[in-house]
Design a protein around this ligand. Structure first.
Ligand code: SAM
Ligand code: SF4
Length: 333
């Protein structure tokens, strides 16, 4: 039962009831916008939460009032005991979901059903095989698209994450939207964000405004309409007339959704991060191993959360250069 919900309310009144847990920093893909070219430093297994530690820490959050847990990474479905973690989280009174590159989805379909998962976010940045394989520096396009079909056949709600990068895949926006005509899929175009080692610059990101301009130029102003915002929304959603699916745009760079943010992040090494862009991390795993209470640290993390984007101000090239953050793959997207 949630007897102390005030612990997850920050000083701006935002209720932090959504926990994103990174299962691993490792991945079977090497998407250039996420994983630095030189790779990441590989650390000993003991630096990371074991499955049991992860479940214990997750339970503490649930007892504080967390209602939704998303597993992410790195690639969550390459963690050795991902099936055990899914099953155990599935027993808690929370909505469990995950973000995956879908390479291993066929091996987890039954476990995901058992865990009560209904909706899954899948990343796919191009509908062109060669291009996708170049972006992800691996050759899994066929496998991923087959697994997306498998998820749809099995009744999962699929949200497709597309990071839009100028000169890389910004000519495919309409192609992705065309997919929503006959398929009940939700495509989400994400503005390219700066992280350590991903060679971000202002010119490479394609803004919400530009994406919408492309959509309007193709379908006309009356060819699509905006859907009502959901609480804690991260994207603004749209639909073509008579389409089965929908599409959305996540404007994390040009118009972040900090006002309604309800997220807390737990990194694979057990650190709580109160914002994707925050450098401050509180080491819950060490406290847990010393059998010290986690509650004061969790309250501290939530209460020290900035109003907007970890106090970084607006994004620009200068700021991106100075950004002393982890790479996306080590934060957990
Ligand atoms: N491996 C899983 C996947 O790719 O879906 C989960 C982890 S991944 C880090 C989570 C999400 O972060 C993906 O949808 C990915 O596209 C997004 N992402 C990674 N780097 C990004 C960046 N620089 N800008 C915007 N989104 C990014
Ligand atoms: Fe791996 Fe996902 Fe990052 Fe791509 S976006 S490298 S699939 S963690």
């Amino acid at each position: 039962m949630n007897s102390t919900p005030q612990h997850i309310v920050d000083k701006f009144g935002r209720v932090h009831d959504y926990l994103r847990i990174s299962l691993t920093e490792r991945c079977n893909l090497r998407c250039f916008y996420c994983m630095p070219e030189e790779g990441i430093e590989l650390r000993d297994k003991s630096a990371f939460m074991s499955a049991e530690e992860l479940i214990d820490i997750a339970k503490t959050f649930v007892s504080l009032g967390v209602k939704k847990i998303r597993l992410t990474g790195g690639e969550p479905l390459i963690k050795k005991n991902a099936a055990f973690i899914l099953r155990e989280l599935g027993k808690l009174p929370v909505e469990v979901t995950l973000t995956t590159n879908a390479v291993n989805v066929d091996r987890f379909i039954d476990v995901m059903k058992e865990a009560g998962i209904k909706s899954i976010n899948v990343s796919l940045d191009s509908l062109k095989e060669e291009r996708f394989n170049a972006i992800s520096r691996r050759n899994y396009f066929q496998k991923i698209t087959e697994n997306i079909d498998l998820l749809l056949e099995n009744g999962f709600h699929v949200k497709l994450n597309v990071v839009v990068i100028r000169g890389t895949n910004d000519d495919e926006i309409v192609d992705f939207i065309e997919w929503t005509k006959k398929t009940p899929i939700h495509v989400r175009f994400i503005e390219f964000m700066p992280f350590d080692g991903n060679k971000w610059n202002w010119e490479k990101k394609v803004s919400f405004k530009e994406i919408l301009q492309q959509v309007t130029a193709h379908y006309g102003e009356n060819g699509f309409y905006q859907l009502k915002d959901k609480p804690n929304r991260t994207s603004r959603c749209f639909k073509l007339a008579n389409s089965k699916g929908t599409f959305g745009i996540i404007s994390s760079v040009t118009n972040p959704f900090c006002d309604t943010c309800n997220r807390i992040r737990l990194t694979a090494d057990g650190k709580i991060k109160n914002c994707l862009f925050s450098n401050d991390e509180i080491d819950l795993l060490s406290l847990h191993r010393k059998k010290l209470p986690l509650l004061p640290a969790i309250i501290d993390a939530i209460q020290s959360k900035d109003k907007k984007r970890a106090g970084l101000g607006e994004f620009n090239d200068k700021m991106a250069e100075k950004l002393q953050n982890r790479s996306m793959i080590t934060i957990g997207g």
